[in-house]
Design a protein around this ligand. Structure first.
Ligand code: AMP
Length: 505
């Protein structure tokens, strides 16, 4: 029987005891110390938490966040990372769905009242330093290792359950795309609540690498970002293409200033030819990989190493060859038929999630059975060319990516329609010129009668109320006030019509 992810991590801690596993610029920790901290905290959690339900871990890129995630899995709990700054309403929704056994409050500003035990950072710090006897009983096999909450069409987030075995399939594949040498420095850009972070986290920890996170406060400050990046001494870059676009704006972002950086992995949204071209100019000798996949199939399921010949013409970049343990087939809803050439991309294989936590209805819609196997319907349109290369042709529904964040437009609609000043609302994406990259989100709103002196004031009030329910990246940049929202001939709100209107204007 293969070792669990936890057992493999313990072996790495024994193999590289003095190598640094994590360094966020303020806190750093070697593998031996990390292991001891995890043991101590797992022992403490065993005394605090009785059942096997998941544990919510609230925080950013603190060392204690990492230790808490690993400690939870070491004593049989899945963890649910929740990013600091998540609005109260959304956290309440996550709590309702997840039914966790405890909350670990690393971020410090947890405000949601709950009957569950909320373990403070002070308690965690003290537990981490207190040696206790502990017998590991880690998450194994099909048991959930982590649960990541994504945007849901009804306004309630969906928790994607990822098991030990799902993650194993991903790590085995990813660490061998270009076999990852021991002790590489990995960029950790995406928050732990976004599955792109898993592309850095486990490949790094399970190869004896060092995680080098970039806090949001650094990312949001151009000057400090470019002062920090060279100090990270990165070898392996994992990010969204949007984050790379920001970095490419800085002249000093190049191979001369970041000489050890030689592998780039992108996922989470479309990588444009333009971004890849600029990156090749700045890092001519590096390997650049476009990877593709949804959270529901554990981070990514296909990859292609880009070569300069792919970067000509105006076609979209391919999204890669599917990993060998996984099958991609295409579904056509209208004719209810399957094809090996084109249609909606569906995925089956060992990295496909068992479904959404405590949400059988949404699970049934997205995870279907075919030939006795669980198949995930991605909502992405795609095709396979004669070289077995997967191509991406956009979405078939109203999910969008904004700076890599996955957003169901209906999720924003649902929250916007609950705002007290809003009578009816619908949100549409405005794309960048000649591209399918979302530039911003525009809400069309029929406002209730109000006393605001200007639309500016009204917009400010609507946005501020909306912010109580959705993440900041889900707040539309523009609100257009209308008397009525246009409808389709069969009486539905005409989102497609509005999308055409804003994108042809
Ligand atoms: P998430 O679950 O947040 O990783 O989002 C998954 C979705 O992001 C996919 O279903 C695609 O729509 C999109 N996506 C991920 N990777 C790529 C890629 N390389 N190219 C185009 N779209 C992508």
């Amino acid at each position: 029987m293969t070792d669990t992810i936890t057992q493999q991590l313990i072996s790495i801690c024994n193999k590289y005891p003095n190598k640094i596993a994590f360094d966020n610029g303020e806190q750093s920790c070697d593998y031996q110390t990390l292991n001891q901290k995890v043991i101590n905290l797992a022992a403490f959690l065993d005394t605090k938490v009785n059942d096997n339900s998941p544990i919510i871990i609230y925080g950013d890129f603190e060392l204690e966040m990492l230790v808490s995630m690993l400690a939870a899995t070491r004593c049989g709990h899945a963890y649910i990372p929740v990013e600091i700054g998540t609005p109260k309403d959304r956290i309440e929704n996550i709590l309702k769905v997840a039914q966790p056994s405890a909350i670990i409050n690393i971020g410090g500003d947890w405000e949601v009242s709950t009957e569950l035990p909320v373990i403070s950072l002070t308690d965690i710090k003290s537990a981490i330093e207190t040696n206790n006897e502990f017998h590991a009983h880690p998450v194994q096999g099909d048991e959930n290792l982590y649960i990541i909450f994504t945007s849901g069409t009804t306004g309630v987030p969906k928790g994607v359950q990822i098991s030990n075995d799902n993650l194993q399939s991903f790590v085995d594949w990813f660490t061998n795309i270009e076999p990852i040498q021991a002790q590489q420095n990995f960029l950790l850009q995406a928050p732990f609540s976004f599955d792109l972070s898993v592309m850095s986290l486990y490949p790094s920890l399970l190869t004896g690498g060092c995680l080098r996170p970039l806090k949001k406060s650094v990312i949001n400050n151009f000057k400090s970002l470019f002062e920090t990046l060279p100090q990270l001494d990165l070898n392996i870059w994992v990010s969204t293409p949007s984050f790379m676009d920001i970095c490419l704006m800085a002249p000093e972002f190049n191979a001369d200033n970041l000489p050890s950086l030689n592998q780039f992995y992108f996922c989470g949204e479309e990588l444009s030819q333009n971004t890849a071209k600029k990156l090749f100019e700045k890092f001519p000798d590096a390997s650049i990989y476009n990877t593709y996949g949804p959270t529901e199939a554990t981070v990514a399921i296909s990859v292609v190493k880009l070569v300069p010949e792919m970067l000509s013409g105006d076609h979209r970049l391919p999204i890669g060859y599917v990993k060998s343990d996984t099958k991609v087939e295409f579904f056509d809803e209208e004719s209810n038929s399957w094809s090996s050439e084109q249609g909606e991309i569906t995925i089956s294989g060992p990295s496909v999630s068992k479904g959404y936590l405590n949400n059988p209805e949404k699970t049934q819609q997205a995870f279907i059975e075919k030939d006795g196997k669980r198949v995930y319907r991605t909502g992405d349109a795609g095709s396979m060319n004669s070289d077995q290369m997967l191509l991406y042709n956009g979405r078939i529904d109203f999910q969008v990516k904004w700076h890599g964040y996955r957003i169901e437009l209906e999720d924003i609609d649902a929250h916007l329609n609950q705002v007290s000043l809003v009578n009816q609302a619908i949100v549409v994406p405005k794309y960048q010129k000649n591209s399918l990259k979302v530039q911003n989100l525009i809400a069309f709103v029929v406002a209730d009668k109000n006393d605001f002196a200007s639309e500016f004031e009204l917009t400010k009030a609507i946005k501020s109320e909306l912010a109580q329910g959705v993440m900041d990246y889900m707040i539309p940049q523009r609100i257009v006030y209308v008397d009525a929202i246009p409808q389709t001939p069969n009486g539905k709100l005409d989102r497609k019509g509005l999308m055409n209107e804003v994108n042809t204007a």
